[in-house]
Design a binder for this molecule. Structure first.
Ligand code: IVH
Length: 666
């Protein structure tokens, strides 16, 4: 029975290899099914027989609960891109120069660039051990449960002398036909269609339940190896590819040996461009690799990509459609972006009905009107771009920037010298609120240390905080109930809000997110006006007197404070207890002398009250006489009795020069 069992396992694995790897089935479906049933029956009766390479082991019994992290023992790299023949050639010219060779003397190997996702499959003594995604190149995620379901991935390598360890690196992808079938099914069942075969493959690999992957006809084709401990010696990349095919993997179709000459690269591209349409899978370019491993090692890597391989990407495929309308979206910073609504077209595996237009200048440049026929480009899953007007539409209508924000109704204005139009709704515009809150709480401004971007996003999306003033109405429960938060972290957030309330005028002004008024601008304004009402009521002319504040900035400040909603929000913040010390807009120093008492004596080179103000800015109290409690005496020229008393009491003494230097350093 043991023998029969192993015969069944070997037969099915051979048939799978013939069918899924060699595209050459040798048995009928009926015969295959019958043998598979026999195997399952045997395993049900004698579970002790089950071996890891049994085809029944491809689909695990249970879904996984979470993705485990896996460290790649050899990093998984990426590739540099080239977008033209010239760029491709110059990549190898550079490599050749480094090797002191001519490009034409380099032996290259070309492979289709498969459009899927990279995985590394680890084998131990010939048996499938685990498979991981690329992740950040150093650490990926364990996706063994899904990769095992791919029939073109051998569970056991086809060799009598398996290497002790082998990482097979390659691309998992969904063939075009499988993708079309999947989307047909999705349409029938009313579920969401996948955008393209790559997303479908990636989405499948990220499933917890392997049953899903098993149903989806994914394929795997290797393009290299990672860790390897075995006896076979390789001198070229093409030998590695041949070795992997011998172990039972699929071969990348249309691989060629060529030289690195300009003509050879040009000819290869023409061949591959032709081949592309006939291939059963999506490819998005050609990968050229220097074949000799010694040369690869000599060249090494730069950043995350090898200096011996480059991906020549195919250009995006152009498609023509009609511009139906243009809507305006208000971004997080208040910029209005035109969005083109298109007559839906199928391009690069996706139905496209929107495209960004960036700004009004681009619309002018394209000479675009509603109703025109336009050419669009789409590269990968990037949002499509309108390239040009192909034909003007009948009764075409101009595209106009709205006068009022579509979200909050405030006026829309264009900043002089800039392409962008902005909503002037400030703190009251819902589209900008999350960004305003993040800016307000950031380290540079209100420094609410525990209110990070993620938490803001959550609180904003669930409607808990709509404006920056709502930060001060947060209750522990608002935070504790969020995913990943608890009572302790809620308390930390509230504590940090409380701690941030005592601030400085310049930080508060900067935190308001007035367009063009950043850290420096806010500091200049706070220094000049010294208190909040003066800033809020400043006229354009008054603001123009502030050093480093130009007309655009001045106009933005006046505009900001003339908006009643902004004023109301600020009033609520002040009512919530946010404070700063008036007249201290120019305080850049920390209050390092808080709680200390200092005494000034003798003739100082700065006016006495200026020196006093300097000390007070650092938090010190300035007293007129020396006592035991005096922290320090600053002694100018001709200091007399106070200096003597300080010496007698053992109080610390500083001369003026030391004091000024210490002050400057703070
Ligand atoms: S070689 C050290 N060869 O493209 C070189 N990559 O843009 C590693 N890809 O992460 C990559 N087909 O997922 C190589 N024939 C091929 C490829 C290929 C597709 C993917 C791979 C890689 C990405 C880089």
């Amino acid at each position: 029975m043991y023998k029969r069992y192993h015969e069944l396992v070997a037969n099915i694995n051979r048939w799978d290899h013939e069918y899924y790897v060699l595209d050459n089935p040798t048995v009928s479906d009926a015969q295959y099914d019958q043998v598979f049933h026999e195997l399952l029956a045997m395993e049900a009766e004698h579970p002790e027989l089950i071996t890891p390479e049994s085809p029944s082991q491809r689909v695990g019994a249970k879904p996984i609960e979470e993705f485990q992290k896996i460290e790649h023992s050899v990093k998984m790299l990426s590739l540099a891109n080239a977008f033209s023949l010239e760029e491709t050639y110059s990549f190898f010219e550079k490599a050749a120069k480094e090797l002191d060779r001519s490009p034409a003397s380099l032996a290259l190997f070309s492979e289709p660039k498969l459009d899927g996702l990279a995985v590394s499959i680890h084998y131990e003594h010939g048996l499938f051990s685990y498979a991981a995604t690329r992740g950040d190149g150093a650490v990926g995620e364990d996706v063994s449960h899904n990769i095992k379901t791919i029939k073109s991935v051998p569970l056991k390598l086809a060799t009598d002398q398996p290497p002790a360890k082998l990482d097979v690196r390659g691309e998992v992808f969904m063939p075009k036909a499988a993708f079309a079938k999947l989307n047909r099914l999705a349409e029938k069942s009313g579920s969401k269609r996948f955008v393209n075969p790559r997303n479908a493959a990636a989405g499948t690999i990220r499933q917890m339940n392997p049953v899903c992957a098993a149903e989806r006809d994914l394929q795997f084709i290797p393009y290299g190896i990672g860790e390897y401990r075995g006896d076979t010696e390789f001198t070229t990349h093409s030998e590695i590819i041949a070795y992997l095919a011998a172990l039972g993997f699929r071969k990348n179709p249309h691989c060629y040996a060529l030289s690195g000459s300009f003509d050879a690269l040009a000819a290869n591209y023409l061949v591959m461009e032709q081949a592309r349409a006939t291939l059963p899978m999506e490819i998005d370019g050609i990968v050229y690799k220097i074949d000799e491993l010694a040369l690869q090692i000599a060249l090494g890597f730069i950043a995350r990509s090898p200096k011996w391989a480059v991906a020549r990407k195919f250009p995006a495929q152009p498609v023509v459609t009609q511009l139906l309308a243009v809507d305006f979206q208000v971004g997080r910073t208040g910029v209005l972006t035109p969005v083109a609504r298109l007559s839906p077209v199928f391009v690069g595996g996706v139905t496209v009905s929107n495209a960004t237009l960036h700004n009004m200048d681009e619309i002018d440049r394209l000479g675009l009107c509603i109703g025109d026929s336009i050419e669009i480009h789409r590269a990968g899953d990037v949002i499509p771009k309108i390239v040009k007007v192909v034909a003007q539409g009948d009764g075409r209508k101009p595209i106009l920037m709205p006068e009022h924000c579509p979200i909050c109704g405030a006026a829309v204005a264009r900043t002089v010298g800039q392409a962008a139009f902005r909503c002037t709704g400030g703190l009251g515009c819902a589209a900008q609120a999350a960004e305003h809150i993040r800016h307000y709480a950031s380290r540079k401004f209100m420094n609410i240390t525990h209110l990070g971007s993620k938490l803001i996003e959550l609180l904003y999306n669930n409607g808990t905080i709509k404006t920056i003033a709502d930060i001060y109405t947060l209750k522990p429960g608002d935070i504790a109930e969020l995913e990943g938060q608890g009572e302790k972290s809620a308390q930390n957030v509230l504590d940090s809000i409380e701690a941030s309330k005592a601030t400085k005028l310049e930080f508060f002004i900067g935190a308001l997110g007035i367009p063009e008024i950043g850290e420096e601008g806010a500091k200049a304004i706070a220094r000049h006006f010294k208190n909040y009402p003066a800033i809020a009521d400043a006229t354009l002319d008054e603001l123009m007197l502030v050093p480093d504040i130009g007309p655009v900035m001045a106009k933005n400040v006046v505009g900001f404070f003339s908006d009643a909603r902004n004023r109301a929000i600020i009033a609520a913040i002040i009512a919530a207890g946010v404070t700063w010390q008036d007249g201290q807009g120019d305080v850049a120093q920390e209050q390092i002398l808080a709680g200390q008492t200092w005494v000034l004596t003798g003739t100082l080179s700065v006016p006495r009250n200026e020196a006093k103000a300097m000390l007070e800015r650092l938090g010190a109290k300035v007293a007129g006489s020396v006592s035991k409690k005096t922290s320090c005496v600053v002694a100018g020229r001709d200091a007399g009795s106070k200096l003597e008393k300080a010496v007698a009491l053992g109080v610390k003494i500083m001369d003026e020069e030391a004091f000024l230097q210490a002050y400057a350093e703070n």
